[in-house]
Design a protein around this ligand. Sequence first.
Ligand SMILES: [Zn+2]
Length: 297
Amino acid sequence: MSVNQSKSYRAEGGPEAVKVKLRLFAAGCCTHPEWVTLQGGSLRSSRIPAIFACIEHPRLGVILVDTGYSAEFRKETRRLPARLYRWITPVTFEEKDRAVHQLGACGMTAEQVQSIIITHFHADHIAGLKDFPSARFLYLPEAYDAVKRLQGLSALRRAFLPGLLPERFEQRSALIDRDRQVKLHADVPFPYALDVLGDGSLLAVDLPGHADGQIGLFLSTEQHDYFLCADAAWSSRAIRENRPPHAAAEVIMPSREQYRDSFGRLVELHRCRPELRIVPSHCPEVWANWTAEGGQL
Ligand SMILES: [Zn+2]
């Protein structure tokens, strides 16, 4: 075992991590040919889960990271031009897949969800927001600024459906503060992280390119260290084998250059922290392992 394998992502000598509990869920899935999400991939269609995370914080209760699909997605894509979204990425979704129902099956009520961290504003990450009336929304201001005035086709080009946002969305938002910078370990390939909750439990880093203001999140449970990387890569395999997606997948991206940079950081992160569990939101392998191991990724 190399020395690196036991190293934390945290800066040496920094405060100890507040440990949280983590559960992953998939709220629906969509289908893509493999070549779109993986360079040199096959023509075969693969089913891609829309994973969201449920974090139990010892002091702050239940926090979600994204929500996956919901019935609202179907409603909002009934008419053109939004209907194009369904044609481009066919979605499989049943009512029982809704985040709020899956949490309910685990004994959690919608009102218990105090906060939802939005990694970026693509429809498959925010479709369930309306189901959580007590939640405040945490995200980077530039993520919302990039989409908030978009309607119709220009919104669709950014995979954003404005009707998915709950009423009083802005009033219920608590922006992630750029002034709350903390250091990461010197060889982790991000210049700094943002301390989302102010107690060191959830550390966000910039992963722009796929969407403006996209973030990834470092967190630690009693068992493992995790990095939720949102859509900065579509699969663990793409990171392991350094195979970014085909250019066709980059058409919805505001910046291919930034995407390649963010993707490169994930490849480097995996190289220098092979034991860190990186969770792309749409990775079939992560999802299969999570369910096969009974929730112990
Ligand atoms: Zn996305």
